[in-house]
Structures are given as C-alpha cells and as structure tokens.
Design a protein around this ligand. Structure first.
Ligand SMILES: Cc1cc2nc3c(=O)[nH]c(=O)nc-3n(C[C@H](O)[C@H](O)[C@H](O)COP(=O)(O)OP(=O)(O)OC[C@H]3O[C@@H](n4cnc5c(N)ncnc54)[C@H](O)[C@@H]3O)c2cc1C
Length: 398
C-alpha cells in the first residue's frame, strides 16, 4: 500500500529535476480545439489563465470524464455497477507483540460487494467498501463512530446480522433521526449475543479487553484490528463503473491525442489495479515515443505502429527503404499508410492492398525520371522500389 499523497510527492520531486518540464498548477484546461492548418493542425489547449498550448502530442491523463477523450471523439463503452465505494482512513490499536506488524490486507466479499481493510501504518489503515449507493450515502452521513462500529461488524458478523444493522442505519437516515453511537452499540451487542459470539473471540468487536497486550486469541489473525475511530475529513464515496475506450489513440479530428489511465479504462477497485493499469499505459507510451523518436519519426506513433506491424509487401519494401526517405515523399507515404492496414479503408472485392498502393503512386511514378535527373542514389533506391511496385501492380500479382 502506498498512499496517493506519497506517490504524488515522489513524482513531483522527480519531475522537479527536469528544467524543461514546466508544471502548471491550479490551472484548468478550459477547451481543446484543432489548429486551422492545411493538412491537419495540432491540438490547441486553451487554459484558464488565458494561455494556449499547441500540442505535438496531447496525452489525455485526465480521468474518467476525460476532456481529451471527448475532444478526440473517442467512444467509451461500459456499464455502471450500481455500487458506490466508500473510502476512509481508519484508526486502530497496533498489533500485539505476538502478531507482528500491521501488514496484512483483509477483504471480505459480502453479497452487496467487497469490503477491504488496507494497512497504512501500525495504527492506521485504509477502507474501501463497495456497497449499494443508498447504503454508501447513509454510511457517509452517520456519526463516524457508528461507521467505525459498522466496519468492525462487516468483517465479523454473519450476513443476516449485517443486513439487520444496515437496515437500522437506513431506517434512521430516512426517518431523519440519525442513530446515536450508543444506540448502535446496543444493536451490535444484541446481534453478537444472538450469533453466540464469545466476547473473548476476535469476532467480537465490543469486548472491553480488546487490546494489543497479552497473548492474542486463536482467531486473532482471521479479522483485522478493531477500528476505534475514523480520521476526520477522510470519508468519501465514488460511483463504480467499468469502461473501456474504443481506441487509445485519436484519429481524424483527434489526431495527435493519446489516452492513458482512467481516461482510457476504469475497473472495479476490488483488485486495486486501476492506478497500476494507468502506470503500465504510461510505460508503454514512453516506449512507443522513444521508439519513434530514436528512428527519426514523429511522436504521434499510431501510423508507425501500423507500418511496423504490417506484413504487406509494399509496406515491407517501404520499411527497408527507410522512413526518413519516405517522409519526404507525401504521395507514396499516403498510399503506403493506406495499405498499412486501416480497417476503415474498405477494399473493393478482388482488390488487394498493394494494388491500391500502387495505383495511388501511379502519378508519382511518371515523375520519377525527373527525380533521377536530379541524380543521387537516394532517388534511385526509391525509384527502383516504386517501379517494382508499379510493375507488380500492373501484372495483377499479389
Ligand atoms: C474507491 C477507489 C479505490 C481505488 N483503489 C485503488 C487501489 O487500491 N489501487 C489502484 O491501483 N487503483 C485504485 N483505484 C483506481 C485509481 O484511483 C484510478 O485508476 C487512478 O486514480 C486513475 O488515475 P488517472 O490519473 O488516470 O485519473 P485521475 O486520478 O482521475 O486523475 C485525473 C486528473 O485530471 C484532472 N483533470 C480532469 N479534467 C481536467 C481539466 N479540464 N483541467 C485540468 N485538470 C483536469 C483531474 O483534476 C485529476 O487530477 C481506486 C479507485 C476508486 C474509485
């Protein structure tokens, strides 16, 4: 477990080493537009301080409601779980000398959703409790001591008793007379007695002798430490949903955009993988950009990916000629990119990709002699390749 604040502090410290990185704090992205330029402009990011940034590559790391995703018109699919996650930081006594450190995470899968107890320090742990929205809302507004007792119960009592206690909380909220901590304690004591829970067992959350001193009960490791209070200002809740963007890379209007993290995908927090998925996205993106730049390409690496993953003959040929050469030859580049595998480009029946590419460069081929006239081995290399393509296209061989 690493607290988000610590992660953020570490990252801020790291980026402060790079003088070329400017951090814009307390500034919002107000809108994003496309630069009006022939051949397609770059994204223009309008900031709340009046500045406009022109982005060679705009990375949408802007969360579930990603403005970058909306700008790039990338669809996102998924569903709501009809569950909210209530989070809080819980205080509890340290583990006893016979129990070791507070390093064990606990998760109980209740019929309404999992509740997780995630250690932060010897005396504090983090709560993530996925439950029905109505109950999450009630738990957020009850007296924090009632919430602490309810958390203890949620790790210890049978489901039927938990349902009873939850109903008590919901009823009290609906009636407008919130439960007092002492009232809830009475209810809890009643349920523990009905469930024949021994007060010396770790499954009792009310035993007065619940302390870290002495030899722990046999079942002490089966449940997390007793929560004694909730840290002020730490209770919050979040709606949970699964979503996945149709594409992580923008095309058309969204060209030069890429999505990472929750902007690209959100998952249920029960496995604690959301942030980790985002970090993996960033690692993959960095690799992709490095790959492109080290080969003299552009940071908008979608087309490079298509070019390198294609096995079509003209594209393989083009790869060996070299991207730098092709970059200068717009007509060929366009034709090859088209052949490089865009699904959106529908071929007519019987028409193979390289034929299309060859047709697209027909006009260019006639101009090659002129290029040769300029001399230079470069033009010859390209010329031979194009001619070979053109001849194959003419004979109809695939
Ligand atoms: C209850 C809960 C528990 C979780 N527990 C875990 C866990 O244990 N482990 C784990 O790996 N993941 C966990 N996750 C998931 C994790 O929190 C997310 O996956 C992660 O925060 C996503 O990071 P992100 O940077 O992509 O998006 P966000 O954290 O949503 O950050 C997006 C940022 O963009 C900013 N932004 C948006 N619009 C604008 C704008 N117009 N201008 C300027 N800034 C803007 C927002 O202010 C925000 O700071 C949990 C999620 C929930 C809901």
């Amino acid at each position: 477990m690493t607290e988000n604040l610590n992660l953020q502090r570490g990252l801020l410290r790291h980026i402060s080493q790079f003088t070329e990185v400017e951090l814009l704090d307390k500034i919002k992205v107000q809108s994003i537009a496309t630069e009006d330029r022939e051949g397609g402009g770059w994204p223009l990011v309008h900031l709340s301080d009046g500045r406009t940034l022109r982005a060679r590559l705009l990375v949408g790391a802007d969360g579930f409601n990603s403005p970058v995703r909306s700008y790039a018109r990338i669809q996102s699919y998924g569903w709501a779980y009809d569950r909210h996650a209530i989070v809080a930081t819980m205080n509890h006594p340290p583990r006893g000398p016979f129990q070791g450190s507070n390093t064990v995470a606990y998760q109980r899968f209740l019929p309404t959703g999992p509740i997780a107890f995630l250690p932060l320090s010897e005396t504090s742990s983090s709560l993530v409790w996925s439950t029905k929205p109505q109950l999450a809302s009630a738990l957020k507004t009850v007296d924090p001591q009632v919430l602490a007792d309810m958390i203890n119960a949620a790790f210890r009592l049978p489901d039927v008793s938990l349902c009873y206690l939850q109903d008590r909380i919901l009823d009290a909220e609906q009636s407008g007379s919130p439960l007092k901590p002492s009232q809830f304690r009475d209810e809890l004591a009643f349920r523990e007695r009905s469930d024949t829970i021994d007060v010396r067992s770790a499954y009792s959350s009310l035993a007065p002798e619940q302390s870290s001193a002495g030899i722990p009960s046999e079942d002490a490791d089966a449940v997390p430490p007793i929560v004694t209070s909730i840290q002020a200002g730490t209770i919050a809740s979040f709606p949970l949903r699964f979503s996945h963007a149709e594409s992580y890379i923008g095309e058309g209007q969204g060209v030069r955009t890429v999505l990472v993290g929750d902007a690209a995908h959100t998952v249920h927090p029960l496995a604690g993988q959301g942030l980790n998925g985002g970090l993996a996205d960033v690692e993959a993106l960095v690799r992709c950009i490095e790959h492109a730049l080290l080969r003299g390409g552009d940071v908008a690496c979608d087309k490079l990916h298509k070019l390198y993953s294609s096995t079509s003959q003209p594209v393989v040929w083009a790869r060996s000629v070299g991207l730098e050469v092709l970059n200068e030859l717009d007509t060929i580049k366009a034709a090859l990119m088209m052949s490089a595998g865009s699904e959106r480009h529908r071929r007519r029946p019987g028409e193979v990709g390289w034929e299309l590419a060859a047709k697209s460069i027909e006009n260019f081929a006639t101009g090659l002699d002129n290029a040769r006239a300029l001399g230079g081995s470069l033009a010859n290399v390209v010329g031979d390749g194009v001619r070979s393509l053109w001849e194959r296209g003419g004979s109809g061989r695939a």
